[in-house]
Design a protein around this ligand. Structure first.
Ligand code: PEP
Ligand code: MG
Length: 747
């Protein structure tokens, strides 16, 4: 039976290929296909429904239903049996359609005469594009072989749809990849960008789904699988001494690559008329469909591994490689499921924007994107499925919105917004050499946050007075092995050179929490943000801390040096860290090396506990910098990485401002310099309120300096202070509404 179906489906596919190769117009091709299927399956009706928008299916061609219903009959997703197939992605095979659950009678088609119904989802890589239906008068259940043959045909139709085979004059439909799509995600770096899609991992296009020589296809498949196996073995060999988790993943890859079941299914697909790449893709599609259904995280990961492996196999078969920087389109916007910081750095500033399906605000990729000031939208739906290389795309990093293939009105509105931003930018540029002096004469020092060499040019272009926070861990994160001391010395020296005498506050390693070094043993902690991180790691692993401190001293080579310790929760930790610096200093003296001309040692105040430390701490510490991102998450017990609670509490909440004000007072009592370096420092309204309660130094991303300065120069801090005090006296939860209203009155 299988044999006869094999040759049947091969025959059918052979005829389909002729239809594909013909130069008939889109609609004519689709009509021919339904006719061919109807004939060879000896069934009275064959119809193709395709999505005309996200939740509407349109009858695009039919053999057997009334011709006038073509392009007239429409169904919503989930409506009728066809809608059910599209919604669930699962086939429906019933001898008595009118009694089946969800049946909806469509009089315009004349389908009431047909009893049996077989609907197969037209899918490509787990993405449903439409439904292929056969119906017949007699009440029959279609056999497993018929179902199989139709599944193969559905897949070919999916490929053809993707390739735009049905488009052209007399188009059967507007294919999905030509329609505008709006995606709402989250914002990870503000800014607007317009450009063209650059898929980090381009979709492989299978242009030859049908093959007439199964033996030749089998040889191609076997050869490609062999190449894949050799590649996986080579990777395993190379990672032998490496990370255990990476090894486990590779072991799984090897298991799949040698899986007899996987191979057998693909061989069967080829025997039924598919080309080698179409067979790989068919199995991949099915794995993806399963991936959408399993809830077990481990299983999902394994299916994802299989998905990745299939991609590799497709690349080998089609010769379509991974993107290389050389072929970037003009104004490239990177589109990816996710991306690592090192890969992102390789693209560097050539990118206009980034859109990710996954990612998080605090991820390393986001940190790099921010450092490079590239607008980044995360959690952007299925953007890698929707987008094709070269597509026109607009990224709104402020709203977390992505417009793919936008229509005219969106383009106009978006460009207006970009023009407004450019105008604002001009205004900021004109303020470059002016101080952030408020109307009532208070001068606020604006510094910038950095972490990569790539940030340093911004010191000049942003007008920052110095680097208020240099996140040294970024250099560790973007490598795959621990940097050597000599490398660190060279790097820190380059940073100081580039700063041309401006103050740079080097924060020692803040690893742990979300910042995991691939080359350090991972810690399985239930709450990493509150776990073994930052100074806790530094004090427990003095070797790394000493190496870093020593590198900084050698890089300073007689120049002033500022070192700051992250995440200090109590006085003792600061004392221990300071002692480590002193130890290094003594060593350098003993070795007769040049000492820093001036050495400042400070602490980041990121846990509420430090705000309540003995006054002696504030007397002793060289300076304090409030790490508002962490301080806020611990003050409100709201994870900064958790989209559900991240924005729940306002920075301008009176309780939080109360805490900041207390820190201001305690530092003032001791005469200790204080700054604020969390993200809020770069938000103009927040920055203005922080200044109003006494913060005199703010450190922020370079791009925020202009907007913050611009508002501060127009603000009367005394008046803002009164608004804040009144709001508190009234018992407001946040001072924001009162401040916004006042700003509105000021125009
Ligand atoms: C902070 O917590 O506010 C801070 C500046 O440090 P990071 O964002 O690197 O944790
Ligand atoms: Mg922090």
């Amino acid at each position: 039976m299988v044999k006869s179906t094999e040759s049947e489906s091969r025959k059918l596919l052979g005829r389909l290929r002729e239809a594909m190769a013909s130069d008939a117009e889109g609609q004519a091709r689709l009509d021919r296909i339904t006719q061919l299927i109807g004939d060879s399956m000896r069934t009275e009706v064959c119809s193709v429904y395709l999505f005309c928008d996200d939740d509407t299916l349109e009858l695009c061609a039919t053999e057997g239903l009334k011709p006038e219903s073509v392009h007239q009959t429409r169904l919503r997703l989930g409506e009728g049996l066809v809608g059910r197939v599209a919604k669930t992605g699962k086939l429906v095979n019933t001898p008595d359609a009118p009694s089946a659950k969800g049946f909806r009678y469509m009089p315009e088609t004349g389908e009431e005469r047909f009893s049996s119904f077989l609907g197969i989802p037209v899918q490509r890589l787990g993405d449903t594009l439409g439904v292929l239906v056969v119906q017949s008068r007699d009440a029959r259940v279609y056999s497993a072989d018929e179902v199989y043959a139709l599944e193969v045909v559905a897949m070919v139709i999916a490929e053809m749809t993707e390739l735009g085979t049905f488009v052209g004059e007399g188009a059967a439909l507007s294919p999905r990849h030509q329609q505008p799509v709006l995606m709402r995600g989250g914002t990870a770096q503000e800014g607007a960008a317009e450009g063209h899609v650059w898929l980090h991992e381009p979709r492989v296009v299978v242009s030859n789904p049908i093959a007439d020589d199964p033996d030749a296809e089998l040889v191609r498949l076997t050869g490609a699988v062999e190449e894949l196996r050799v590649g996986v073995d080579r990777m395993l060999e190379m990672s032998k001494d490496g990370d255990k988790e990476a090894l486990q993943v590779l072991e799984t890859y090897r298991m799949f690559a040698n899986s007899k079941g996987w191979m057998r299914r693909m061989e069967e697909d080829i025997a039924r008329g598919l080309s080698a790449e179409a067979a790989v893709e068919k199995e991949q599609s099915q794995a993806r469909a399963r991936m959408g259904q399993v809830t077990d995280a481990y299983l999902r990961d394994r299916l994802a591994d299989l998905d990745d492996l299939s991609n590799r196999l497709l690349r080998i078969l089609t010769g379509q490689g991974v993107n290389t920087g050389a072929e970037l389109p003009v104004d490239p916007i990177l589109v990816a499921r996710n991306i690592g910081p090192a890969e992102l750095l390789e693209y560097g500033r050539s990118l206009r924007g980034i859109v990710l399906e996954e990612g998080s605000v605090g991820s390393h990729a986001a940190i790099v994107a921010r450092a490079l000031a590239i607008p980044l939208v995360i959690h952007a739906g299925q953007v890698t499925v929707e987008a094709l290389n070269g597509d026109h795309i607009m990224v709104d990093g402020d709203q977390g919105v992505v417009h793919l293939r936008p229509g005219e009105s969106v383009i106009t509105a978006f460009r207006d917004k970009m023009a407004m931003q450019a105008k604002a930018q001009e205004r900021y540029t004109s303020l470059l050499d002016k101080p952030a002096k408020t109307l009532d004469g208070v001068v606020v020092a604006l510094h910038m946050n950095a972490g990569l060499m790539a940030d340093l040019p911004s010191l000049e272009s942003s007008g920052a007075e110095g680097v208020g926070l240099f996140r040294t861990e970024l250099q560790f994160l973007v490598r795959n092995k621990m940097p050597r001391r000599s490398e660190l010395v060279a790097l820190y020296a380059r940073v100081l050179d580039a700063a041309h005498g401006k103050r740079v506050v080097f924060r020692t390693l803040d690893i742990g929490s979300d910042k995991v070094l691939s080359y350090m043993k991972p810690n399985d902690e239930p709450n990493p943000a509150m776990g073994w991180r930052a100074i806790r790691v530094g004090l427990d692993k003095p070797g790394i801390m000493q190496m870093q401190i020593q590198s900084l001293m050698r890089a300073a080579k007689g120049r002033p040096l500022t070192i700051m310790f992250p995440f200090v929760a109590q006085f003792e930790e600061y004392k221990a860290a300071r002692a480590a610096v002193m130890k290094s200093l003594t060593r350098e003296i003993r070795l007769g090396r040049a000492l820093p001309e001036k050495l400042e040692i400070g602490a980041m105040l990121e846990t509420p506990s430090l705000a309540f430390a003995p006054q002696k701490f504030f007397d002793d510490v060289g300076f304090v910098s409030i790490g508002g991102n962490d301080l806020k998450q611990f003050f409100f017990a709201a994870d900064r990485e958790n989209e559900r609670v991240r924005r729940r509490y306002d920075t301008l909440n009176v309780s939080f401002l109360g805490l900041i004000e207390q820190i201001v007072k305690r530092c003032a009592t001791s005469g200790t310099p204080l700054s604020f370096c969390g993200e809020d420092a770069g938000r103009p309204i927040e920055a203005m309120c922080l200044a109003a309660i006494g913060i005199r130094t703010l450190s922020m991303r370079p791009a925020s300096i202009g907007p913050v300065k611009s508002l501060l120069r127009r603000a009367d801090l005394g008046a803002v202070r009164r608004i804040i005090d009144d709001a508190r006296a009234r018992g407001d939860q946040s001072v924001r509404p009162a401040v916004m209203e006042w700003l509105g009155q000021q125009g």
